[in-house]
Every structure is written in structure tokens, then in C-alpha cells.
Write a protein that binds this ligand. Sequence first.
Ligand SMILES: NC(=O)c1ccc[n+]([C@@H]2O[C@H](COP(=O)([O-])OP(=O)(O)OC[C@H]3O[C@@H](n4cnc5c(N)ncnc54)[C@H](OP(=O)(O)O)[C@@H]3O)[C@@H](O)[C@H]2O)c1
Length: 332
Amino acid sequence: MEKRKLGPSKIEVTPLIFGAWAIGGWKWGGTNKKEAIRAIHRAIDMGVNSIDTAPAYGFGLSEEIIGEALKGKRDRINIFDKCGLRWDVQKGEYFYGAKDFEGRPFKMYRYSGKEGIVEECERSLKRLKTDYIDLYQIHWPDSTTPIEESMEAMIKLKKDGKIREIGVSNYSLEQFKEAISFAPVVSNQLPFSMVDRHIEEDIIPYCMENGYAILAYSPLQRGLLTGKVTPDYKFKDDDHRKDNPFFTIENRKKVLKLIEKIKPIADSHGVTVAQLVINWTVNHPGITAALIGTRNVKQAEENFSSLNFKLSEDEINEINKWVNQTVLEVSY
Ligand SMILES: NC(=O)c1ccc[n+]([C@@H]2O[C@H](COP(=O)([O-])OP(=O)(O)OC[C@H]3O[C@@H](n4cnc5c(N)ncnc54)[C@H](OP(=O)(O)O)[C@@H]3O)[C@@H](O)[C@H]2O)c1
């Protein structure tokens, strides 16, 4: 698979990256650990060279699964991990209330204090059964901690050899500019899909102009853009998509209309709509790579062969015409 430079860093990434949130199970209706490990192995065999996770993905479960899956394969893959989302301390900026695997309520906080970041990194390394993380990202901005303090922690971890590169996630342009003024940040991980392109307004142009990497998350809009989410498609009670604003009946109908329009292009290449969507996403100006949430071998085989065909300029223009006409009602 092709490789791209991760911003100003020495890391080279495949444009298709394994997204490991759903395999943590929490908020995704559970997980099947053995199947998740098989999916990671299949992705590596198909040439995927990076995997994205976070402690918050199943309260450490996603990281543990990755640790198990990468036994003997660590040198074939970059681990992108995160810090700053805490379910175990009540510090920083309150994010949202939720329930754990056992249905017990808890409060999620965004906390990026220096000692918190250093402590989280140690725990993640243990769960991942590794002694370094390739890209360590602050998961969400924490308005109660100066960005300078969070960056001090990241610089210390880099100096200590615990992390290779520093990244952020969900940072606005203003927050990103502040972060890069204190530390050698290389990337910003942000939501981007055919139906969520708000980062095109400012962050994409800035990163393109200045050579920073953008890692696009939720490129399939959490499964919505595969075409399987019909108006009567039901999610499990503990699957966050049942209440997600992108998944209203109205939005599902609009997305199905978009898919009806672009499916002939997928058909003409002998690929699925999901493959067309992924191909379009990673070839969109300014997108370095897409993190593709993958739960099983079937999805791995489909998702990670999305670059085996090339869209012509005319086809991209045709897709963009329909994408531009699809405006979902979603409030941020
Ligand atoms: N930094 C952040 O704040 C943040 C936020 C969100 C995500 N992320 C990262 O980005 C990654 C990807 O985002 P995401 O998981 O939210 O969304 P996504 O990649 O758009 O969608 C993933 C989900 O779609 C379904 N799916 C995947 N491939 C499919 C296929 N070929 N056919 C049918 N269904 C398929 C799977 O769920 P089902 O099989 O259950 O339908 C899967 O869990 C995450 O894993 C995580 O690493 C980061």
C-alpha cells in the first residue's frame, strides 16, 4: 500500500489506518475479542501499517486487545494512542455522563494536566505491552489546563523515549496554533466524511499550507455511509448510534439518496459503496490518512482493499456534485 508522510515527522503511514474504537465494545454494543484480533491480523497482512486507539475505548480494552494482537508483530505497525479523556478521575473539564459496561453511571472528563498525561502514558504502555507509542495524541482539548502545560508533558514523554511523535485531536485551528507554538506537534485528528466536512473551512487549508497531517476519523460516518443503515435499521441499546444526531430518520434517508447517486460509480469499478467512500476520503485534498473503524475480518477485507482502484477526475467531480447537495441536519 502507498505510504504518506505524517506531517513533519519521520513516520510514514498508509492512507488506510485501523480504527480501534469499536473493538473496545463500549458505546458500540459490545465486542468479540477473538474476531477483533483476527481483523487486526488481516489488516496487517493487507499492508495496513498503523492502528489508532485510546484508553477511553472500552476503558483500556481496545488497547489490551491490540497488545495481544501485536505479539511478535510490533515492528510492522505504528501505534497511535491518546490521552486526556478520563473516566477514573473527576478533574478538568466535565465532558458527559455515561454508563460503564455494567450499567453503572460515571462522569467522563477531559483532563490534560501534566501529571495526568504522564500517568496515562505508563498505563497505556502496560496495556499495549510495548515500551513506546509512535504517535501520542491529546484526545480532546481541556479548557481547564493551559495548552502549554499539556505540551510540556508531551515533550517530556518524547524526551524519555516513551512516545515518538506528538499529536492532538479535536483541536480547533486556534488551539492547534497554540499547541504548535509550544511543541513539535505533527498532526490533528478530526472528524471528516462525505457528510461532515466542516474542517474544510479553516483547519484543512492551514494544515495543507504548513505541512501538518490530518487524520480523518469516522470516514464511514460510523457505518452510515456503507448504505446498510435504512430508516428501520435498529442499533443495540448500548450502541451510541441510536441517539447520534447523524442517525436521525431524516438523515438516514438523505444519506441513502446520496448512496443511490454514487453507487453506479462504485458498480462500474466493481467495488462496494464503503470502498468508494473510503477511496474518496483519503484522496480528498489535505487528508493524510483515514482511520477506519473495523470490527471483523469481513470488514477488514472490504475496507483495506479500498485503494485497489482509481477514481477519475470526472468521477470525483460527479461524486462531489452529490456530496455538495447532501446537507444533514446536525448540530455541533
Ligand atoms: N479522536 C476522536 O475523538 C475520535 C472519534 C471517533 C473516532 N475516532 C477514531 O476513528 C476511528 C474510526 O471512526 P469510527 O469508528 O467512529 O467510525 P467509522 O470508521 O466511520 O465507522 C466504523 C463502523 O462502521 C461499521 N463498518 C465498518 N466497516 C464496514 C463495512 N465495510 N461494512 C459495513 N459496516 C462497516 C462498523 O460498525 P458496525 O459493524 O457495528 O456497524 C464500524 O465500527 C475510530 O475507531 C477511532 O480510532 C477518533
